[in-house]
Ligand binder design. Sequence first.
Ligand code: BJW
Ligand code: ZN
Length: 246
Amino acid sequence: MADDSIDRSRRLLAEAASIAVLTGAGISAESGVPTYRGAGGGLWDGLKVEDWATPEGYARDPHRVWTWYSHRRVQLQQIEPNPGHRALAELQRRVGGRGGRFTLATQNIDGLHQAAGNVNVLELHGSLLRLRCWSCPYRRHVGYEPIEQIPACPECGADLRPDVVWFGEGLPQHVWQAAAEAAGGCDVFLSAGTSAMVYPAAGLIELAARNGARTIEVNLEPTPASGLVDVSIRAKAGEILPRLVG
Ligand code: BJW
Ligand code: ZN
């Protein structure tokens, strides 16, 4: 991979007053979390996300979907942030230290950015570590313990569900708005470890480019955004991000 792409990206990140970052499953791959698509991805415990991470998938077999999420949550206990996550935490500290603006929007639901030290993370697709009610605004944090029986909402008695965003569901509105504002107003936009196929999250890259940001992509494979960005680096996030920030 060309060293001049790395040098150019390093310079852009070092000089920007306002940086927005979008991450996806690829950034957690080196921590042992499987991706949804691409090499080595696509199946979570034998189930295909497109078939089960939908309201229809849940309606088909609520218990199976619950057990699936419970299992994924328990697995998180063994998982730690990798150098890619830690580089973004360092980037946030540096940009903050020089009085700049930094926004991290993630499509991931694994909480690893927060574990690495990032703050105010915008969780576009929710979190495995929260439950919410199907029919009222009730939400609560949960730990890594398995939950095999579907719990009832203490406020209204309806079933609780994982607080994640399934296909066909809208993103949490305030989270989406904050991410769109950051992407539309930044000098430099960095996307890392995302196939850039799932909308509206992938649209943040286009929004940033349209509004004049310099755009950098770090991903193992080419994506639909690769032709649009200023710098496209095909490599592992855990190897490259520390070099972009360090
Ligand atoms: C590495 C690496 C390493 C590996 N280093 N890189 C047609 C056109 C446009 C949109 C639509 C459409 N039809 C339907 C839609 C809408 C739909 C959508 O976008 N579908 C597309 C698939 C076509 N979107 C939605 O439904 C969204 N809501 C919405 O649009 O609301 C409005 C609306 C309402 C009602 C009706 C219609 C619209 C919601 C999307 C929710 C996504 N949810 C999931 C599941 C979360 C819960 C769970 O995990 O169970 O979120 S799906 C899954 O994909 C997950 C991810 O966050 C998301 C994105 O994936 P991501 O992060 O990019 O990961 P991968 O695996 O795709 O890519 C990883 C990449 O990393 C790969 O490229 C690797 O090469 C790379 N890599 N190792 C660097 N070490
Ligand atoms: Zn309720």
